[in-house]
Design a protein around this ligand. Structure first.
Ligand SMILES: [Zn+2]
Length: 165
């Protein structure tokens, strides 16, 4: 088992996790509600696991050259219309983010005070890395938790290190 640690201060950021050989395909929103009545898409990875996402993830977003292109399955993309053009925006964020179930990082992270995101049911994660290390405040991850998008926390590969436990 591994845990993700803050590269800045060494604090632990997740529960013990088992690495998956590849990132599972993003599940479709299934309409289920949380116990508190809010809705979210099913988690991308099961509790207790993590996977590396080889695709760019999160902010910044740039116009895609194909006006008919749409990648609703990738977190944060979700067919975002380009406010300055005809087509859709695509992520130009970091590759090789580490994807965990948001519940496995609960209590280890705090919201990034630089972002005040409004989503339907949770932060859409489109503004940039919206979670910081609870210990030192270093920006470490983007939480995607709106109900219309995949439900996952993507850790920045340069902000964390993987430690065996
Ligand atoms: Zn830290």
């Amino acid at each position: 088992m591994n845990v993700l640690m803050c590269a800045a201060c060494g604090a632990r950021l997740t529960e013990p996790l088992r690495v998956l050989p590849e990132l599972p395909p993003c599940p479709e929103f299934d309409g289920r509600k949380n116990p508190d009545g809010s809705r979210h898409a099913p988690p991308t990875v099961p509790l207790g696991t993590y996977a590396v996402d080889p695709e760019p993830c999160g902010a910044p977003y740039v116009p895609h050259p194909d006006p008919d292109w749409c990648d609703a399955a990738h977190p944060g993309n979700g067919c975002m219309g380009d406010p300055d053009g005809q087509g859709f925006l695509m992520s130009a964020g970091p590759r090789d983010t580490l994807v965990v179930h948001p519940e496995d990082a609960r209590g280890y992270l705090s919201g990034n005070p630089a972002f005040q995101e409004i989503g339907c049911c949770g932060p859409p994660g489109r503004e940039g890395p919206n979670m910081v290390c609870a210990g030192c405040g270093a920006v470490v991850a983007t939480l995607f938790a709106d109900c219309s998008a995949p439900y996952a926390t993507h850790f920045l590969p340069d902000a964390v290190r993987v430690a065996a436990v």
